[in-house]
Design a protein around this ligand. Structure first.
Ligand code: G3H
Ligand code: 13P
Ligand code: ZN
Length: 311
């Protein structure tokens, strides 16, 4: 099948109570690792690229690699999504390049400005058959040029969420319930506001909900990085059990980037630590690709619950 939007994926996910993984990509190995894992698990999958990832990989290379993945796995529903679109122009560029879904991240603006920019993107995207994710509330952490301090993070207001979706016509909504981007999500105990998620679902039951900053920060991978020369102390993510609960409680899309970065880095560090003479990229990128694929497969199968969800 050709590239798809997320509409059908989310419809089924909301009906059956599971989430679809949205994995950040910026090179061939990562794309192959993710799509191979989705194929093994017979799961739909979302590949997503931030604007800095697009700058790095270049949009044409990215699209051609995604097209290759689609050709290799015609049985897997694959969507290609712009992650954290910063402005209308970037969203338009991606839509024109063949993305099937875009996010306009207006969370840095006030409510009215967020509504206005989201509406503008929705109008253009829908005309081209592309779906739009928007964000309401502020996550703590670092993403592209935006760095939000934990004290400035703001949970999503369920009433505002209803008004926002009605006024913008966005297709899915990213909400802030305590997750954050990067490897340092919690200082003490991990805590998510499931009460807010529940209220949001009550207000907008038919809108797919998205969770950003949702990496587990897999402890084994952090340990592996540190064991082989890394220095990532005190890293902490969202435990698998919480993500599993979110998947069953109305979250349709779960974003993962940090865990993929950790898998790649841990694996490459191990090869170099064990064989300082290694200099063939295939020698360190092959195990890196395998480890990423393993991590993605675990999430799909044991955490998000999207295995065997292809019609
Ligand atoms: O949410 C942010 C993603 O992890 C993308 O990060 O802007 O460094 O590509 P990036
Ligand atoms: P993590 O940093 O938790 O992987 O979140 C990724 C993300 O939200 C991409 O948009
Ligand atoms: Zn994000």
């Amino acid at each position: 099948m050709p590239l798809v939007t997320t509409s059908k994926m989310f419809e089924k996910s909301m009906k059956e109570g599971y989430a679809i993984g949205a994995f950040n990509v910026n090179n061939m190995e990562i794309i192959q690792a993710i799509v191979d894992a989705a194929a093994r698990q017979k799961s739909p999958v979302i590949l997503q690229a931030s604007s800095s990832a697009i700058k790095y990989a270049r949009v044409n290379y990215l699209m051609k690699m995604v097209e290759a993945a689609v050709e290799e796995h015609p049985e897997v529903p694959i969507a290609i999504h712009l992650d954290h679109g910063p402005d209308f122009e970037t969203c338009k560029m991606c839509i024109d390049a063949g993305f099937t879904s875009v996010m306009i991240d207006g969370s840095k603006y006030d409510f009215e400005e967020n509504v206005a920019i989201t509406k503008k993107v929705v109008e253009y995207a829908h005309q081209k058959g592309v779906v739009v994710e928007a964000e309401l509330g502020k996550l703590a952490g670092v993403e592209d040029e935006v760095n939000v301090d934990a004290k400035d993070a703001i949970y999503t207001d369920p009433d505002q969420a209803k008004e926002f979706v009605e006024r913008t016509g966005c297709d899915s909504l990213a909400i802030a319930i305590g997750t954050s981007h990067g490897a340092y999500k919690f200082k003490g105990e991990a805590k998510l506001r499931f009460d807010i998620l529940k209220q949001v679902k009550e207000k907008i039951p038919n809108t797919p909900i998205v969770l950003h900053g949702a990496s587990t920060v897999i402890p084994e991978l952090v340990q592996m990085c540190n064991e082989y020369g890394g220095d990532i102390p005190g890293a902490k993510g969202v435990p698998d059990e919480m993500l599993n609960e979110a998947s069953k409680s109305g979250v349709s899309k779960i974003n993962v980037d940090t865990d993929l970065r950790l898998a790649m880095t841990a694996s490459i560090r191990k090869v170099f630590a064990e064989d300082p003479g290694a200099f063939d990229p295939r020698k360190y990128l092959t195990p890196a690709r395998d480890l990423i694929s393993q991590a993605v497969e675990h999430k799909i199968k044991d955490v998000f619950g999207s295995s065997n969800k292809i019609d």
